[in-house]
Design a binder for this molecule. Structure first.
Ligand code: PEP
Ligand code: MN
Length: 337
């Protein structure tokens, strides 16, 4: 249930409602926007009557929330969440592009990638050190050495970094080396991992599971938020369908659906969403047109030699073209890249 306070409700009026919520055995979650304060009631609210709150001074209305997620819901938090990552702003007018290799493979490969993506206009650097591979015989990532290289690239190029964390025990380590913790598609419902990243204050890029519904994605975000970390970005990265022409089916619908259901920034990943480098730019354009707040793109100096995801990785010059094209779409919508 959410209680919407009147425009000029006083701190005392808000305090009385909160006290009543706590008296009834629930937790109150306050969202103080520019316009008004909204109080969310957290707990099993069956049996709780709207009328309990309508008679309080300063209350405009009380309503039931139809969705199972609360903290992630726009009903609870009408304004867009804005996340600041070392000078980069996600969730507002500008649409930052995160780019870099699927996996960190060597110092030369990472530095070359970082240089190229920065030149082309990327605002953050991606690169996996712990890789979730379908086969145990495939390259598993450089681990700690990869994290060290990522930190070095951040120092040299001044780009905040995004990297995947695969297990709860690695969260403190990865947090020391990178700016954004990525929870990969295969781990979207690893609840121990969601809780562990939720206990930090690090920004989290939460990728949609390849067989997960939009609601399941938002419920996964709810785990992180409910542990006290509000800095969650949702990522549409394609889902599995009967289609075999592409690696995944990029669900462009998810972007406006997520934007209306939640207040969290939505990032689009057309690299995993298509699996084919030729499709990455057109689908990046569509994602920006649909309202994405950011893009994450795989770029490799030599995709043919990549140790993972070469087929969907852009060469630096193709990435530079992508940036030019999506910038035009962003500008048409009154946004910037
Ligand atoms: C990745 O970003 O390289 C990755 C493994 O992504 P996903 O979890 O979306 O497959
Ligand atoms: Mn990849």
């Amino acid at each position: 249930m959410v209680i919407v306070m009147k425009h000029h409700a006083s701190a005392e009026e808000i305090g009385r409602v909160v006290a009543r919520i706590q008296e009834l055995g629930f937790k109150a979650h306050l969202s103080s926007g520019e316009e008004r304060t909204i109080i969310g009631i957290i707990g099993d609210e069956r049996g709780l009557e709207l009328d309990n709150f309508l008679m309080f001074d300063g209350v405009e209305r009380a309503m039931r929330v139809l969705h199972p997620f609360k903290l992630a819901s726009r009903d609870f938090h009408p304004e867009d969440t804005v996340i600041r990552i070392n000078g980069i702003v996600v969730g507002s007018k500008s649409i930052p592009i995160i780019a870099g290799p699927c996996s960190i493979e060597s110092r030369a490969q990472l530095m070359e990638s970082a240089h190229a993506v920065k030149e082309a206009g990327a605002k953050m650097l991606r690169g996996g050190a712990f890789k979730p591979r379908t086969s145990p015989y495939s390259f598993q990532g450089m681990g700690l050495k990869g994290l060290e290289l990522l930190r070095e690239a951040r120092e040299v190029y001044g780009l905040p970094t995004v990297t995947e964390v695969m297990s709860p025990g690695d969260v403190p380590l990865v947090e020391q080396y990178a700016d954004v913790l990525q929870v990969g598609a295969r781990n979207m419902q690893n609840f121990a991992l969601l809780n562990a990243v939720g206990e930090t204050q690090a920004p989290v890029l939460l990728k949609r599971g390849m067989m997960s519904t939009i609601e399941e994605l938002v419920m996964a975000a709810e785990y992180i938020l409910s542990k006290g970390n509000p800095r969650v970005m949702l990522c549409e990265r394609g889902i599995r369908t009967y289609e075999t022409m592409t690696r995944n089916t990029f669900d462009v619908n998810a972007i406006p659906v997520l934007k209306s259901l939640t207040h969290l920034p939505v990032i689009a990943d057309p690299s995993h969403g298509t699996g084919k480098w030729e499709l990455v730019t057109p689908i990046a354009r569509s994602a920006v047109a649909a309202g994405a707040d950011g893009l994450i793109i795989e770029v490799h100096p030599n995709p043919a030699q990549a140790l993972s995801d070469g087929a969907q990785s852009l060469k630096p010059e193709k990435f530079a073209e992508l940036v030019i094209q999506v910038r035009k779409i962003a500008e048409a919508l009154g946004r910037t890249i």
